[in-house]
Design a protein around this ligand. Structure first.
Ligand SMILES: *Cc1c(COP(=O)(O)O)cnc(C)c1O
Length: 384
């Protein structure tokens, strides 16, 4: 299934583009219609059927970016996650989830799955053997997320994909944190790749969207449910997302570079106790990251040394804003214990290693010298 015809930036710009046959414009024309005349009795074009010209064009770009055969574009990352999962899970089935999951995905599972009679288990950790240990006779799906939020643990994609194949299961990955620029799980044997396109794909903190990439057959299975769930994306936003994707390669590479430099500087800093970044040799999963990622991404987290007030530090930052989302061209920071992981019990947070003073840093494309200076001036203030 692996397909790679062009380099990343060429794919970002050209894959799936719609030709403006009438005026020869440089960008894809936008077709806003929700009603189309029948081409023949079979083809019914309608936005909720994921088959308008712009939806189909963007899906081709997504498939090319992730080296898959086909894709669907959704109204949010969670629409993509929930539809992809439910398409392969029926009453009485079981699914193995990685222990560290995006908060929304974890809420979907713990708040909704009982209602549908779907069983689930969270792994003990992200080691491949921990996934295999949870497989039962009724298991249908294995679901991973790597690098994970907020400690950037890295799961061995190839090893989990192999376990999944050996047991005849569908393997799924939330590839949001890596983006298709840094990691292409289909090449490593994963069946279904999911992205919150709200993050690196959109990249400017102004689009809510999601996507699922897989084989023709699996995308058709997901589509059969998707048209009933109704989670497609409006064509205007589809068009904006296509525009954003054109610069994804250069944005993400700039974020990789900034994040690696900043992680190295923070690691050496006497006021910083711990830095979690897969690109650092000190990261426990660095070797796996090097094996499966071409860049280490723009996300990291860190803890200040004992006695320094992380809340105050966050407040004193000027360029780097406190903000809920991530992956934009602007740098943002948040406290997972107070926000994204605030719903977990203190005990569960501790088990996952998320301490109260932990800060999750989404590195943007500003000049790294300016970001360092901002971090330094805020540290100076908390030192008092
Ligand atoms: C944001 C996010 C999601 C959910 O995406 P939405 O677009 O907010 O619905 C899923 N997984 C990860 C890793 C995310 O960061």
């Amino acid at each position: 299934m692996a397909k790679r015809t062009h380099g990343i930036n060429t794919t970002c710009i050209h894959a799936g583009e719609l030709e403006d046959k009438e005026f020869k414009g440089a960008v894809s024309p936008l077709y806003m219609a929700t009603s189309y005349a029948f081409e023949d009795v079979e083809v019914k074009r309608y936005p909720r059927y994921f088959n308008t010209p712009n939806q189909v064009a963007l899906a081709k770009k997504m498939a090319a970016l992730e080296h898959g055969d086909a894709a669907l574009i959704f109204g949010s990352g969670m629409a993509a996650v929930s539809t992809a999962l439910m398409a392969f899970l029926h009453k009485g089935d079981h699914v193995v989830f990685q222990n560290t999951l995006y908060g929304g995905t974890s809420n979907l599972v713990t708040e909704e799955f009982d209602k549908f009679g779907i069983e689930y288990t969270f792994t003990e950790d992200s080691k491949p053997s921990s996934f295999e240990a949870e497989i039962k006779p009724n298991t249908k799906v294995i679901y991973i997320e790597t690098p994970s939020n907020p400690l950037l643990t890295v799961t061995d994609i190839k090893a989990v994909a192999e376990i999944s194949k050996n047991h005849g299961l569908v393997s799924m990955i939330d590839n949001t944190f890596a983006s298709p620029v840094n990691q292409n799980p289909i090449d490593m044997g994963i069946d279904v790749v999911i992205h919150s396109a709200t993050k690196y794909m959109g990249g400017h903190s102004d689009i809510l969207a999601g996507t699922v990439i897989s084989s023709e057959e699996k995308i058709d299975t997901i589509f059969q449910l998707a048209k009933n769930f109704g989670g497609s994306l409006s064509d205007y936003t589809v068009w904006l997302l296509e525009r954003s994707l054109k610069t994804m390669g250069i944005r993400v590479r700039a974020q990789n570079e900034n994040a690696l430099e900043l992680a190295k500087s923070l690691e050496k800093h006497p006021d910083v106790a711990q830095v979690y970044y897969p690109g650092l040799e000190s990261h426990p999963d660095h070797d796996i990251a090097r094996k499966q990622m071409s860049g280490f991404g723009g996300m990291m987290s860190f803890e200040l040394r004992e006695g320094l007030d992380a809340d105050l530090f966050q407040k004193e930052l000027k360029l780097i804003k406190s903000s809920m989302s991530l992956a934009g061209v602007e740098s943002t920071i948040l406290s997972p214990a107070k926000t994204s992981h605030g719903l977990l019990s203190e005990e569960e947070r501790e088990k996952q290693g998320i301490r109260d003073g932990l800060l999750r840093f989404s590195v943007g494309i500003e000049e790294k010298e300016d970001l360092l200076e901002d971090l330094e001036q805020a540290l100076e203030k908390v030192r008092g």
